[in-house]
Design a protein around this ligand. Structure first.
Ligand code: ATP
Ligand code: MG
Length: 445
């Protein structure tokens, strides 16, 4: 595993202290392949080495399908590795064991059981007396802010409260190591933020018996707010390709300059790797989506409005439309484009800039261009495909018709035309490619 880059602000002594805390779990040379109808599939994970120490929250980031959940299940003893070994408290892990608990993305509650009964399930392996189980479950319910809801059924609870039950069920067993698989990603932005903050308050206030946390997330900003170290899982098969220490004191404020700077730094490091990974674009049918009719200047203008007062990066689309005198349809197209480029998240009728979106809005013209280019290549596979085709051709040119026909295989003709117009605008701005109307051809910039 690469040694962690020590970010500014963390002294060598602090870094050394963190490195010498007792080990809770060690994943050694973990590999995993799945067998599909008798034939071995290509491996998902290979040579994954991770050491989790006391006192730290470690984030695991990676693209969708990179194997994060698979690795977490292996660490939890819920799946066996095909290669390598998991050592928990120095002993080989052979299955679920006391001291390990998992919080899943989807809350996985039993609808016919009350909150209390769902939480008590977390104690099943401990063979406690009924009275002791009840006492501990009520304690966990209280701790996580569910007091008064013990007799409710899951259907009576909001998403945020259901996930609190998920947390209580994991925490009730006093786990030494808590494994969390995108625990906030099924919640709306504000609910996620509240639960995250509550969890961190408990962690920082040492109110949890838990010594170490492994958090799977796809959200870089969340990882920066929560973690002491971030591991990037990437490659095929996936391994730990980068490790970044986050030495910021807690509580962390996403609007704080130091927090933003480190988010931007991590963002750039991770994006560079993710972009490198997508250098062979897959432009299969499922990845060809129509692009909305939105110019880059619209996108940049919108991110600037969103970061400015009174929004601070997050707003209801209806409110923005009303205050800027825009049609709601127009605002939705812009929001959809920002979402597609992963500069924003959309939940219901609200938009929230991602860490990258925030960096994009605050950057200089050149930096903005660079970031836009990375996102365009990474998240719009057809743009990366055009670039690749042009690079491979001797004259670095290709007729418009070629891409038009490819798009029309998957989209309605009018959608294909619109998509091509948007691609030309975005590709030009990103300096990924150019288009000349007189010769109806794309050219490498
Ligand atoms: N039980 C299984 N049988 C066969 N293939 C599987 C199984 N579980 C996972 N996979 C495959 O392993 C790969 C990694 O899946 P995994 O769910 O671990 O990814 P992930 O990083 O958690 O993705 P996401 O971010 O979408 O949650 C995927 O290609 C998936 O199809
Ligand atoms: Mg997953």
């Amino acid at each position: 595993m690469p040694s962690p880059s020590i970010a500014p602000g963390w002294t060598e002594t602090e870094a050394a202290a963190a490195q010498s805390a007792p080990v809770v779990m060690e994943l050694r040379g973990i590999g995993k392949s799945f067998v599909h109808s008798g034939t071995a599939a290509s491996p998902v994970l290979a040579g994954v080495n991770i050491v989790l120490r006391e006192g730290e929250i470690v984030g695991l980031l990676g693209r969708s399908g990179s194997g994060k959940s698979t690795l977490l299940r292996i660490a939890a003893g819920l799946a066996a590795p095909s290669e390598g070994q998991v050592l928990y408290q120095g002993q080989t892990l052979n299955g679920p064991t006391e001291g390990l608990a998992v919080v899943f993305q989807t809350f996985a509650l039993y609808p016919w059981l009350t909150v209390l009964q769902n939480v008590e399930l977390g104690l099943d392996a401990l063979s406690l007396s009924a009275a002791e189980a009840r006492r501990r479950a009520l304690g966990a319910i209280d701790l996580i802010g569910l007091d008064g809801f013990q007799s409710a059924f899951p259907r009576e609870l909001s998403g945020g409260m259901r996930q609190r039950v998920g947390f209580a069920r994991a925490l009730v067993s006093d786990p030494l190591l808590l494994l969390m698989d995108e625990p906030f990603s099924a919640l709306d932005v504000l609910t996620a933020e509240t639960l995250r903050t509550d969890f961190l308050d408990l962690w920082v206030g040492r109110q949890l018996p838990t010594r170490s946390v492994l958090l799977v997330t796809h959200n870089i900003e969340e990882a920066v707010l929560m973690c002491d170290r971030i591991l990037l899982l990437s490659g095929k098969p996936a391994h730990v390709a980068a490790e970044i220490a986050i030495p910021l004191p807690r509580p962390r404020d996403r609007l704080d300059a130091a927090c933003n700077a480190i988010t931007a730094q991590i963002y750039t490091t991770l994006m560079a790797r993710l972009t490198a990974e997508t250098s062979t674009p897959n432009h299969g049918a499922d990845t060809i989506k129509p692009l909305p009719n939105v110019s880059v200047s619209r996108l940049t203008g919108f991110t600037e409005v969103l970061t400015a007062s009174p929004y601070g990066g997050c707003a209801e689309l209806g409110t923005i439309a009303a205050s800027r005198g825009l049609q709601i349809k127009e605002v939705f197209s812009i929001a959809a484009a920002l979402h597609l480029l992963e500069f924003a998240e959309l939940t219901g009728g609200a938009i929230k800039l991602t860490a990258a979106g925030r960096v994009f809005a605050d950057s200089s013209v050149e930096e903005r261009k660079r970031l836009f280019r990375e996102h365009l290549q990474c998240f719009v596979p057809f743009a990366a495909h055009i670039h690749q085709v042009l690079k491979q051709r001797e004259d670095h040119q290709a007729p418009r018709e070629r891409f038009e026909l490819e798009l029309e295989d998957h989209l309605q003709p009018s959608e294909a035309q619109q998509t091509l117009r948007t691609l030309i605008g975005w590709g030009r701005y990103a300096e990924l490619f150019d288009y000349r109307d007189d010769i109806k051809s794309f050219l490498l910039t």
